[in-house]
Design a protein around this ligand. Structure first.
Ligand code: F3S
Length: 435
């Protein structure tokens, strides 16, 4: 493995002169940099997020609770603004609305007792979060912290984010720079391995994507994203033949691309900030490949994501990625005066839960028989409510993950527009199709 060029402050940390937490964090970063083939670390000036409370991904570098607490008590803090990804409370159960999720372990308040083994983990997490708060973590508990943080990074800033659907938002939509490496170590030290998306040359497009169908609706962006991911893998696409995406559509595109493949960066000339033209996106070089994702490819991708035998829908899930305040307002408009027949779950970020409550959306949802949850997602909750064998979703990412996370369940998955999903919640039947 390559040697990493370290600055003086980094060498001091490695030798333990800045304490045990800095030392373990630096060891982790050096190892990560070596695995990635990076030659040095970059000083971060943007933001970070990671799946707390875990301090590292390996036991070898694990930082203990006592070490962390001692650091917080001594005035230590994250070097960059750091946000919490989804909630890990009790199998990632929701922070608000959990009493409606009808999943036995979570509806029983005894689960939150400290003498219950699960509740003990919850209790432990509470202690961890107290310490994290002291260290400066902003506890957004969302896969879409960029929608709720009120502090997005700016053009060219180096970040360390951890959520796959969020990373293209950082790189492509904001023009900031991140790999999928958000961790305690990167956020605490304000440093990350310098490779891939931190390096200007790696951000230019290599694949030209064309569509013969004007991409403009939410589901078109969602399906296009998944199809691009499958086609491009790790490459950087330049996407043409689309209308201008709004924020919701960017979120859908990003989540789809990093599920169908691992697209961390892309350009849509005229919409994303790093390239005004196709030529600029390719930095004057020729595309290595041109890919057409048109009518027939989009239909084929849709059919792949919409897999079911019958038409009976047991429940509906909306909110992947977590819904924004605008998404929730529009959804409230659609649900006002309606009544659902099968459970309709809506997922958002905890900080937006109170917005939904204050603006009256929560009341509208509940009158319609729907439930709002926050801080987690269906694929992360360790299962689905008993008796649910078929689920309708409006997200390519959720469609893919729901069967991947629970492979024994053999779900029927209905995938379509939000309107198709609402219709399914009201009738209990699926009538969606690719249009
Ligand atoms: Fe977020 Fe879960 Fe979707 S983490 S992006 S809601 S799969």
């Amino acid at each position: 493995m390559k040697d990493i060029r370290l600055r003086d402050d980094e060498k001091r940390m490695l030798q333990g002169e800045d304490g045990i937490v800095a030392q373990k964090s630096m060891e982790w970063l050096v190892e990560m940099a070596q695995i990635a083939g990076a030659e040095e670390l970059v000083n971060l000036d943007g933001t970070g997020d990671f799946h707390s409370p875990w301090t590292t991904m390996t036991v070898h570098h694990e930082i203990t609770f006592d070490e962390l607490k001692a650091l917080a008590d001594a005035g230590g803090h994250f070097k960059i603004p750091t946000f919490a990804n989804k909630s890990p409370f009790l199998e990632e159960s929701p922070i608000h609305g959990w009493e409606h999720c009808n999943m036995c372990a979570k509806v029983d308040p005894a689960c939150r007792r400290h003498d219950d083994p699960d509740a003990h983990r919850d209790f432990m997490h509470d202690e961890w979060y107290e310490v994290y708060r002291k260290l400066g973590m902003l506890q957004s508990h969302s896969c879409a912290n960029y929608l709720v943080s009120t502090y997005p990074p700016t053009l060219g800033q180096h970040c360390s984010w951890n959520e796959s659907s969020a990373v293209p938002y950082c790189n492509a939509v904001l023009g900031a720079r991140t790999n999928i490496d958000g961790s305690f170590a990167t956020c605490y030290l304000g440093k990350a391995p310098y490779y891939d998306m931190h390096v200007t040359e790696n951000r230019r497009a290599t694949v030209l994507v064309k569509s013969d169908r004007l991409i403009q609706s939410n589901i078109e962006w969602d399906v296009l994203g998944f199809a691009i991911g499958e086609e491009c893998g790790l490459a950087v696409p330049c996407i043409t033949g689309t209308a201008k995406p709004n924020t919701t559509q960017f979120c859908k595109l990003n989540a789809g691309m990093n599920t169908g493949g691992a697209v961390r960066m892309y350009h849509i000339p005229g919409s994303t900030p790093e390239a005004r033209t196709v030529e600029e996106a390719f930095a004057g070089l020729a595309p290595k490949r041109t890919v057409v994702i048109g009518e027939s490819e989009l239909r084929a991708t849709y059919e792949k994501l919409n897999y079911h035998k019958g038409n009976q829908v047991d429940m509906v899930y909306l909110g992947c990625p977590h819904l924004s305040a605008v998404d929730m307002m529009l959804l409230a408009r659609k649900l006002e005066g309606k009544k659902v027949k099968v459970p309709l779950w809506i997922m958002t970020a905890p900080w937006l839960y109170s917005v939904a409550r204050d603006q009256g959306y929560l009341e509208i949802y509940e009158k319609a028989g729907a439930h709002l949850f926050d801080g987690t997602c269906m694929s992360a909750m360790g299962g689905v409510p008993e008796g649910v064998h078929s689920i309708a979703v409006d997200s390519a990412k959720q469609s893919y993950y729901i069967s991947g996370c629970y492979p024994d369940e053999q779900f029927d998955v209905f995938y379509g527009t939000q309107d198709d999903c609402i219709d399914a919640a009201i009738t209990g039947q699926w009538r969606g199709e690719w249009r």
